[in-house]
Design a protein around this ligand. Structure first.
Ligand code: SF4
Length: 179
C-alpha cells in the first residue's frame, strides 16, 4: 500500500483505537484464502468443550494492541492477500474489529472472520459494531467448535458444523450463501 493511503487513514482518525488481542500470526495459509495475517481476539464467551485456545477466553487477558500497528504489519508484508480475524471471539469486540476490518478493506485486502456465533444470530443482533464487522467481512466461518464433529483436514475450520459463508452474497440474498 502507498504511504499516502496510511496517511489518509490516519487523517480520518480511523486507526486511533486499540484491540484486546491474544496474539498475531504474520503469515498463515490455513485460515482463509491465500497467505493471511491472523489477528486473534482475546476474550471468548462460548467456552466450547475441546477448544484448542482456552487461554483466549478471559476478557482481561492478552495485550492491548494499537490498530495502527496491525495495519503497519499488513502493509509491510508483500506476500499477504488479506487479514483473518479469529479468536477468541472477534464479535465480542465488534466495534473495534469492525473498524479494523473497514481499514483493511480500504487498503484493498480481503477479510475473513471466525466467530462462535451463528450467522442467523449475528444478522439480528443490535450489539454495537456487529453490522460494521459483518459488512466489512468477505468470508465468515460461523458456529461454535463442536469436538465430536472435528474432522482433521477440513478446509479452514475445525468441526463440520461450521459454515464457510460468502457474506456479501448472503446479505444480498437475505439468507446464508455458502462459499
Ligand atoms: S469460539 Fe473458538 S475460541 Fe471460543 S471457545 Fe469456541 S473454539 Fe474456543
Amino acid at each position: 500500500m502507498e504511504t499516502s493511503v496510511i496517511d489518509k487513514l490516519r487523517s480520518h482518525a480511523s486507526l486511533d483505537f486499540h484491540l484486546r488481542l491474544a496474539g498475531i500470526v504474520d503469515e498463515s495459509v490455513v485460515d482463509g484464502p491465500g497467505v493471511r495475517l491472523v489477528v486473534f481476539a482475546q476474550g471468548c464467551p462460548h467456552h466450547c468443550p475441546g477448544c484448542h485456545n482456552p487461554h483466549t477466553w478471559a476478557t482481561d487477558g492478552g495485550v492491548s494492541v494499537a490498530a495502527e500497528e496491525i495495519i503497519e504489519r499488513l502493509r509491510a508484508n508483500l506476500v499477504l492477500s488479506g487479514v483473518t480475524l479469529s479468536g477468541g471471539e472477534p464479535f465480542a469486540q465488534a466495534s473495534e474489529f469492525g473498524r479494523l476490518a473497514m481499514a483493511v478493506k480500504k487498503m484493498g485486502f480481503t477479510v475473513t472472520t471466525y466467530t462462535g456465533y451463528k450467522w442467523e444470530h449475528l444478522v439480528q443482533s443490535s450489539y454495537s459494531g456487529v453490522h460494521l464487522l459483518l459488512d466489512n467481512t468477505d468470508i465468515l466461518v460461523d458456529g461454535p467448535y463442536v469436538d465430536n464433529l472435528r474432522e482433521p483436514g477440513l478446509k479452514w475450520r475445525g468441526s463440520s458444523n461450521q459454515r464457510i459463508i460468502d457474506v456479501h452474497r448472503s446479505l444480498e440474498a437475505g439468507s446464508v450463501v455458502l462459499l
